[in-house]
Write a protein that binds this ligand. Structure first.
Ligand SMILES: C[S@@+](CC[C@H](N)C(=O)[O-])C[C@H]1O[C@@H](n2cnc3c(N)ncnc32)[C@H](O)[C@@H]1O
Length: 258
């Protein structure tokens, strides 16, 4: 069964991310930000971020993904603002500078790495210590449980619900999923302050595409529904993905000299 997809898949994340980039540009007083996209793949986010006028470095181990990134950046006219670097988040500072980025994206990566806490620590260490924003997008546990159950795979749904990594079985292509609590705890443990959490694709992965395709305003109405549900904890718990923004906390100001 087809699902309504493309624009809906990234709409909530993109709205939040664009606001965060604007805010960071104001705070840092720089129109052109340095952005790092860890596990950035073919540039789903890196290329649109570069189109806003920022400089983006994508680190990804896959040569194919980096080739796709290069082509996509060229087609979008932002080749000079996008740099692809072959590397792994584990050895991030073998290929990029520590503490040099205003914004770091970590989208669709923590599910796949061997040690998410270790990977996340590296992405955080890439942020400027005087101020930076981290954007994390991961798979959500609740969305997977609902999707398996609504497809009639009740045992798999129960497996996902009860197994430590949230996988529904041996055939599950996703190595790991997160609850909102697990993800915020992981991010907070790095010393960053979580400033927002959004549930992404609460309904879009459950609604048959035909329902959206046949009604003229249905896609727009579904997008608005997604946006309204994204901020509500009850719906975040059943979202297909979770998006968190976090910031480097302000440094304590020195007290008066004794
Ligand atoms: C699901 S894709 C996400 C791509 C992109 N961030 C997005 O949101 O569209 C995961 C990407 O992470 C990359 N990746 C996997 N393991 C990695 C690692 N250890 N370090 C850095 N990137 C990794 C893969 O090559 C792939 O391009």
């Amino acid at each position: 069964m087809s699902r309504p997809s493309a624009s809906l898949r990234t709409a909530v994340v993109w709205d939040v991310l664009r606001g965060a980039l604007d805010q960071r540009a104001k705070l840092s007083d720089r129109a052109e930000l340095s952005v790092l996209d860890t596990g950035g793949g073919t540039g789903n986010f890196a290329v649109p971020v570069a189109r806003l006028g920022h400089r983006v470095t994508v680190v990804d181990p896959s040569p194919n993904a980096l080739f796709g990134l290069e082509r996509r950046a060229a087609e979008s006219g932002v080749a000079e603002r996008v740099r692809g670097v072959q590397g792994d988040v584990r050895g991030l500072f073998d290929v990029v500078e520590r503490g040099a980025y205003d914004v770091v994206l970590c989208h669709g990566l923590l599910e796949y790495v061997e040690d998410p806490a270790d990977g996340l620590r590296n992405t955080v260490a890439a942020l400027r210590p005087e101020g930076g924003t981290l954007s994390v997008l991961t798979s959500g546990l609740g969305g997977a449980v609902l999707a398996r159950a609504l497809a009639g795979h009740f045992t798999e749904a129960r497996h996902a619900l009860t197994s430590p990594g949230g996988r529904w079985g041996e055939g599950d292509p996703m190595p790991r999923r997160f609850t909102p609590e697990q993800l915020t705890a992981l991010i907070t443990s790095t010393g960053l302050e979580v400033i927002s959490l959004h549930g992404v694709r609460v309904f879009a992965d459950l609604v048959p595409g035909a329902l959206v395709d046949t009604e003229p305003d249905a896609l727009e109405a579904l997008a608005r529904l997604e946006a309204a549900a994204a901020e509500l904890p009850d719906f975040q718990s059943v979202a297909s993905q979770l998006h968190v923004l976090a910031e480097v906390p302000p440094r304590p100001t020195a007290g008066p000299a004794a």
